[in-house]
Design a protein around this ligand. Sequence first.
Ligand code: SF4
Length: 116
Amino acid sequence: MPVRSNNKTSNKSYNKLKAVEECRQRLKQLEAENNRLLDWLSFLQEGAIFDWENKKKKMKRNIPKKFRGIYDKAKNGKSRKMAIRAFCLECCSYSSKEVKLCTDEGCPLYKYRLTG
Ligand code: SF4
C-alpha cells in the first residue's frame, strides 16, 4: 500500500475542517431563519396581524447585535445605504459573506448590495 505524503493528508484534514466549519455556519443561518419563522408563526397565531410594533420588536430581537445599528439607521430613515444593507443582510440570514456571494442578478438591489 502506498504511503501518503503528509502534505496530502494535511490538505484533506484542512478541507474536512473547512467543510465542518461551513456546515456550522449554515446551521447557524438555518437556526436564525427557523427562529424568524417561528416568531412569524406565533405572531400569526396570536391573531396580532396588525400589531406591527410587537412584530418590529420581535424582528429586532432576531437581528444579531452587530447588525442592529444598521437596522436602526435604516429604520430611522437616516441612510439609504443602510436600508439596502439591512435588507440584503436579512435576505441572507445575516451573513455578510452570503451577501457578497449573492448571484440573484434579477434582484433590484443586486448592484447596490455591497455599497452599504
Ligand atoms: S441583492 Fe441579493 S442579497 Fe440583496 S436582497 Fe437581492 S437577492 Fe437578497
